[in-house]
Design a protein around this ligand. Structure first.
Ligand SMILES: Cc1ncc(C[n+]2csc(CCOP(=O)(O)OP(=O)(O)O)c2C)c(N)n1
Length: 298
């Protein structure tokens, strides 16, 4: 392991700053690339686009303790775009929920780390996902449960555009607004590329911010780059600014971020990483880790 990353991960409970989160995200992204190549399966594009968001949640924001993953008062996180499981597994393992070596078994027959996250088998996974569009409804239920049981935990739901193509998401959006549900945050990994084509080819979500606002949600007016940890921390400050609920954050991201030839390409949504692509991508990912490390320890 890179010694700088090693130093950071010796104290995973520390609330990491922007440069530390940037280095960790770069390191995790490279680990995802390694595993998906070794296993010859998995979803690179959407995992790479959300690397900074998930890392920043687990290493800066969520009120969680990997030693007590079922604690009733913990914050909840739902990866509604469950196909990006390798991102969640990499972050959870490095946060201390389960052994890092287990990630090598990703999608092997019998492994608990299957292609889509399973809440009954994986410590730290709050909800099983994979069928697009369920996450927000479930998060809404969790958030309502918090107020009924007088708990203060916050529920975060991460979707892509695919989840928002499902009618169920819009039912949950209506209901959450109707009851002004507190402590419910919808985070949108808005990379505008899907599986078979671009978002505009599959199902345009034009004026997404206005759509969400018209449904009664408190939505960020400033734009946030979801691949920039300083912007993600700014978005967390925005979440803390007022008490108007429910809240949605739209993050502009790049599908396949970090490997230039995979960026913004739907063909890299779930493509097997061949050996030549792997070697070429590795050069870029390792360069990024070095640059982020140098910046942190400059
Ligand atoms: C209900 C349902 N329909 C179809 C799929 C197959 N599927 C998996 S990912 C995906 C595209 C998702 O696009 P997006 O949300 O933009 O993914 P991201 O770029 O964030 O990874 C599709 C159609 C599914 N998992 N669930």
């Amino acid at each position: 392991m890179d010694s700088k990353v090693d130093t950071l991960l010796k104290n995973p409970n520390k609330k990491m700053n922007s440069d530390e989160l940037a280095l960790l995200s770069a390191y995790f992204r490279k680990n995802m690339w390694d595993v998906l190549h070794q296993r010859g399966t998995g979803h690179w594009g959407g995992a790479a686009s959300s690397a900074e968001i998930v890392t920043s949640l687990y290493f800066n924001r969520l009120n969680i303790n990997p030693n007590t993953p079922k604690d009733i008062s913990r914050d909840r996180f739902i990866l509604s775009k469950g196909h990006a499981s390798i991102n969640l597994y990499t972050v959870l393992a490095n946060r201390g929920y389960f052994p890092i070596e287990d990630i090598k078994t990703f999608r092997m027959f019998g492994s608990y780390l299957q292609g889509h996250p399973c809440m009954t088998k994986i410590p730290g996974v709050d909800m099983s996902t994979g069928a697009l569009g369920h996450g927000l409804s479930i998060g809404l239920g969790m958030a309502l449960g918090a107020s009924l049981s007088k708990e203060n935990y916050c529920t975060y739901v991460l979707t892509g555009e695919g989840c928002l193509n499902e009618g169920q998401s819009w039912e949950a959006l209506m209901m959450a607004a109707k009851y002004k549900v507190k402590n419910l945050v919808l985070m949108i990994d808005y990379n505008k590329v899907q599986l078979d084509g671009t978002m505009n080819e599959i199902m345009p979500l034009d004026n997404l911010k206005d759509k969400l606002k018209s449904f009664g949600w408190n939505v960020n007016d400033d734009s946030f780059d979801g691949n920039k940890t300083s912007d993600i921390l700014n978005s967390f400050d925005w979440l803390d600014k007022d008490d108007i609920w429910p809240k949605a954050v739209i993050y502009d991201t790049v599908k396949g971020k970090g490997v230039s030839f995979s960026e913004n390409k739907n063909t890299w949504h779930g493509k097997v990483i061949d050996d030549e692509s792997y070697e070429n991508g590795l050069i870029e990912l390792e360069k990024d880790i070095k640059e982020k490390g140098d910046k942190l320890w400059a």
